[in-house]
Design a protein. Structure first.
Length: 264
């Protein structure tokens, strides 16, 4: 009687174990819900914000079919209608090259948005200082470069500033403030050269022509005219001056033959 009871109990245990294994293999885990695909893009809206005088940050916003929106500026493909007027980077930074009208487009998931823009290129910065330069030379009939001519600003904001011409007669004064200026050029053996009321609103080229100081004759009288062969005349009338010397190059002022149009 006891042996039979044990056998029945053992059989029950074995049956229970088999049943459990059978249930385990026959009831798989419930399937995971698949991830819903992203909502389709309905429109792409392009906007802009000035970043600097010559750059504009473009922004692209995608409006989705599910009613939401997202910033796709860095994921969009950017193009500009006229690359001679502007350039655009992959991040949407527009650089203005010239003034004019362009269309800027952003494409995201095959949907494009466009913004028309009128661009104004920044004006180049105007210089606040300028220069005066040129050549100092002796006037004809013996034109030659003059070294050592002292050129001085005698009128205007930079009055007192000076420089000296080099061996080629060249000189340059800078930087000079904008304004109305006067210039004086001095060299031993020559009359002083002056230029007044020069408006300095840009770099200026100035040619300095110096007249030699006329010599004196035995009586101490100054010459009255310079002849075309570089000699001097002490004639008291123009008809008599330089008749044997190629004619008059210029008359001496002050003097009896002075013609202010021929000598400064």
């Amino acid at each position: 009687m006891k042996r039979e009871s044990v056998s029945v109990a053992l059989a029950a245990v074995v049956a229970l174990t088999i049943a459990c294994d059978s249930n385990k293999s026959g009831n798989p885990t419930a399937p995971t819900t698949p991830t819903a695909p992203g909502a389709a893009v309905r429109t792409v809206v392009v906007s802009s914000a000035q970043a600097s005088a010559s750059t504009i940050q473009m922004t692209a916003k995608a409006d989705l079919m599910d009613g939401t929106s997202q910033d796709v500026t860095k994921n969009a493909q950017w193009t500009v209608s006229d690359t001679s007027l502007a350039a655009i980077s992959p991040s949407g930074m527009l650089t203005v090259l010239h003034s004019g009208h362009v269309d800027v487009s952003a494409t995201y998931q095959s949907v494009s948005g466009t913004l028309g823009m009128t661009l104004s290129a920044p004006q180049p910065t105007q210089p606040t200082t300028f220069a005066v330069g040129g050549v100092a030379q002796e006037t004809p009939p013996t034109p030659r470069a003059l070294e050592g001519v002292k050129i001085t600003i005698v009128q205007g904001p930079d009055a007192g500033k000076s420089t000296t011409s080099d061996s080629f007669g060249m000189f340059r004064l800078s930087p000079l403030q904008t304004g109305v200026i006067g210039i004086e050029a001095v060299k031993d053996g020559y009359f002083v050269w002056r230029l007044a009321n020069l408006t300095l609103d840009r770099d200026q080229d100035v040619n300095v022509l110096l007249y030699p100081t006329p010599p004196k004759d035995a009586s101490g009288a100054f010459a009255t005219a310079r002849c075309n062969d570089a000699s001097w005349s002490w004639a008291m009338t123009r008809a008599e001056a330089c008749t044997q010397n190629g004619g008059v190059a210029y008359t001496v002022c002050p003097g009896p033959l002075c013609q202010t149009s021929t000598m400064k």
